[in-house]
Design a protein around this ligand. Sequence first.
Ligand SMILES: Nc1ncnc2c1ncn2[C@@H]1O[C@H](COP(=O)(O)OP(=O)(O)OP(=O)(O)O)[C@@H](O)[C@H]1O
Ligand SMILES: [Mg+2]
Length: 453
Amino acid sequence: VSIRTKLALVLCAGIMAATAACAFVFIGLQRGSLRRAERERTTLLLDSVRQMADESLLAKDPLMLLDYLEFLRTSRPELTHCRVRVGGAWQELGGKPYPGSERDVERRTVTAVSHGDGRAAAEVEVLLSKAVLVERERTAMEAMVRDTTRACAIILLIGLLAAALLSIPMTRRIVEIEETISAIAEGRLGAVSETAGSDEISRLGRGVNAMSKKLKEVEQLKKTFVASVTHELRSPLGAIEAQVKDILSEESGLGARGKDALSRIRKNASRLEHFVSNLLEVSKIERGQLDYRPRTAELGPIVEDTVLFFEPRAKEGELKLSAAIEPGLPRLTLDPDLITQVLTNFISNALKFTRGGGSIKVSAHRVQAAAPGVECVVEDSGVGIPKEALARVFAPFERVRNPLRATGAGLGLSISKAIIEQHGGTVAVRSELGRGSRFSFTLPLPQADPKPV
Ligand SMILES: Nc1ncnc2c1ncn2[C@@H]1O[C@H](COP(=O)(O)OP(=O)(O)OP(=O)(O)O)[C@@H](O)[C@H]1O
Ligand SMILES: [Mg+2]
């Protein structure tokens, strides 16, 4: 789940909890005020009855009070019964029998005092229906809860929308920093993200930018170092090798021990020279300075020549090296030197990783895949490569542990891959541990020339 979604969910949950809590408190408060309002209504009713009783006593007209009570009985549904005592006897209003039970009613008595003697001269008893009062409160509560729920739903919707919209700008910088780190991990050193502001996220962004810049500098330093060191090493190494070769070929009067030592020096110098040359090649590829001179040429003769070159070594190692080139292969756009280098890498690997008695087959043929081209395959019956290491073999300095203890720096295949990619082609490998490997590259057919108009 992305940080954006998480933040939106957290904000949503917060808004929902806050809205629910507010609604809860609001409903509680409203219930209290509804009850107070109901009590006030009753008090006002009784006050008006008392006032009317006073006035009717003053006017000595009991009918005034009776009429007023009759009016109240019809206009106020909670008032179920009334009775009046003027001068000793209770007088009932309305046709319904006066209820004896106090369970369903609230009894209220109003006493009016004659202004002359101060004694109670009129007494009014009203019965208020509990059912009507409860029903009225319930209806009012329901309406209030309904309105509150609607208001909450609207607030919630606005809140959720705001949370979704807010989570985007809030996480934008984090997402940007994460993208920068991914870019650095993919090798795009020097990638930077925006770092305006002074909060923790900005500081994190500045840290990542500084790290990216530093990595680029270190990378640059490494490239320059490798390029200059390899360049400086190559010429003396070549000179040593040539000199030793000369001395060995001359009648220099060296004894068997001296010759043996010199040939070991030559072997090691040549190994070192191979490594330095590869390193120089890698450094050229990294700087985009590969010496690539394409021209239209045939692949067949290049394959044949390279196989021929390796024949003595194959014989020496008791290996069967054969070539099978499909006749009539189309001409391709390629750099013969670089393609020879790739084939040399593939075949020398096959020779290195195949035990005596094994075989190496080199072939070239047309392929009709999505992009038609010519495929060149070097297949051996050697030690093979474990499945888990296959994906890595084309990476620089990648070497797989092998039972033949063959040496190498692990650069040949990465150089080969870069060369083939420079030609617009692809490399591939299939291998089975203990049974052999099949390395191949495919070069595309040259683009057809546009027809003259
Ligand atoms: N034909 C093969 N059979 C088995 N393993 C192979 C074969 N070709 C390559 N590999 C494995 O892939 C690794 C990388 O090969 P690569 O050619 O890049 O390096 P290298 O041969 O070890 O050294 P370098 O080519 O730089 O002298 C080898 O070390 C080896 O483990
Ligand atoms: Mg190699």
